[in-house]
Design a protein around this ligand. Structure first.
Ligand code: AMP
Ligand code: GLY
Length: 422
């Protein structure tokens, strides 16, 4: 199978790594990729958001068209890149632009959830300052204020400061104000062909920049899987109450969802509630989840892309745990600095592999061939082990070998869960 992956972050590196380990994959390509992905896939300097360019590449990949195109990030999905490739008859793992609105518009997602009876936070979509004030007043503190559109995980402000809540609302194009959900968060991914839904193992993400959940929201600073504190019935419950009804509702609307449905959940005292949907694999949870998946990845994604998931055998998972720690650039998430040299990557490869490895996010090679930082989240170090404590120790040992001037990372990823806490 000849596979083309679109994107160039740590999620795409994790996807490419898993695909490269699948014996069915005979050729692996990625556009645009990054310095780490270059070690497992042939890179192509194609703009991921340009549907015609991506389709052109998929059609003339090597000696014929790709057998499977996997679209990693949300922006190309929302821009209709999956539609463009699918129109040429090439199997695509990734939803159409219309189905990707589940992520692209929080108001649309709320509408789908209401129609499908999916439990979520109560919310108001506000158009004026007066409506904003009314909604803030109705829910009370802590306030949850969200930009309706895509904002790379940074469009949400959760605060008890009324002035700050108002200020964020004014800065949003279109604003959604919702009820605060307490309780731990879970990311649950499901692979779907628009009809059958196959959930993966749950993971937890760490959204805040600093230890103890301090600091601003980020795209995600680390993740782990499995969740020893979670109810063993969680996955089945979410499949029945959230994932399957959402997929059924989108099919009913004539916009079936093919690809990865990501449910961001809060496990509240009143049951599980959806915080948000995404239309693609989460970053960094994917790094931890795929580290434990034993089923070869290409066959699974191909079955979803070709509508044959119902016949796919049950997924196999390692019994162990996986932990991912993100190394972020100086000043991330505000205005990350780039161009700093990254050292220690060879040491990780020599001393920690295969239990721990580095997945590249914002990296590139400079003129001298050195790997330098080129984005906010620069690397994610992933490790596996028999349990969370061992995986954590291996991940942090590898992080300790990497040096990047000014970088920061959280030191408490999976720490509470490894101690048996939630
Ligand atoms: P989102 O972009 O919708 O995933 O929101 C980013 C983060 O904000 C989530 O991961 C939560 O930590 C937090 N958040 C969003 N919505 C809520 C809510 N209704 N109640 C509490 N926290 C929330
Ligand atoms: N880890 C959060 C996200 O991928 O949106």
């Amino acid at each position: 199978m000849k596979v083309l992956v679109i994107g160039g972050g740590a999620r795409e590196h994790a996807l490419c790594r898993a695909l490269s380990l699948d014996p069915e994959v005979t050729a692996l390509h990625c556009a645009p990729g990054n310095a780490g992905i270059a070690e497992v896939a042939a890179l192509h300097p194609v703009d991921a958001q340009d549907g015609a360019a991506v389709t052109g590449l998929a059609v003339r990949l090597g000696l014929g068209p790709a057998d499977l195109v996997v679209i990693g990030p949300e922006a190309p999905l929302v821009a209709g890149v999956a539609d463009a490739v699918r129109e040429r008859g090439i199997p695509v793992f990734g939803p159409s632009a219309r189905a990707a609105r589940l992520e692209g518009s929080k108001a649309f997602a709320k509408d789908v959830m209401a129609a499908a009876g999916v439990p979520t936070a109560r919310a108001y979509v506000c158009a004026t300052d007066a409506e904003v004030d009314q909604a803030l007043d109705a829910f009370g503190a802590p306030y949850v204020v969200k930009d309706d559109g895509l904002a790379a995980g940074k469009g949400v402000v959760v605060t008890s400061d009324l002035a700050a809540a108002r200020e964020h609302a004014r800065a949003c194009e279109r604003v959604v104000i919702e009820e605060f959900l307490d309780g731990p968060e879970v990311s649950l991914f499901a692979v779907t062909d628009g009809e059958s839904v196959v959930p993966l193992q749950p993971a937890q993400d760490f959204k805040r920049a600093y230890d103890a959940d301090e600091g601003p929201n980020t795209g995600g600073m680390g993740a782990y899987s499995p969740l020893p504190w979670a109810d063993p019935k969680l996955v089945d419950d979410v499949l029945a109450t959230v994932l399957q009804p959402t997929v059924d509702e989108l099919r009913r609307r004539g916009t079936p969802f093919t690809g990865l449905l990501y449910a961001g959940l809060a496990v509240t005292s009143r049951g599980v509630r959806v915080i948000e949907f995404n239309a693609r694999f989460g970053d960094p949870e994917t790094q931890a989840v795929l580290a434990r998946l034993r089923t070869p990845l290409a066959g699974l994604l191909h079955a979803a892309a070709t509508g044959t998931l119902a016949q796919f055998p049950p997924l196999r998972w390692s019994e162990g745990a996986a932990v991912t720690v993100v190394v972020a650039a100086a000043n991330y998430p505000a205005t990350p600095r780039s161009g700093d040299v990254i050292e220690g990557l060879d040491a990780v490869a020599a001393q920690d592999a295969p239990d721990a490895y580095v997945l590249h996010a914002g990296t590139r090679r400079d003129e001298a061939g050195r790997v330098v930082s080129a984005g906010g989240r620069v690397l994610s170090v992933t490790a596996t082990g028999p349990g969370l404590a061992a995986a954590r120790e291996r991940a942090y040992r590898a992080v300790g070998r990497v040096s990047l001037a000014g970088s920061h990372h959280r030191t408490d990823i999976a720490a509470a869960a490894a101690r048996g806490e939630g």
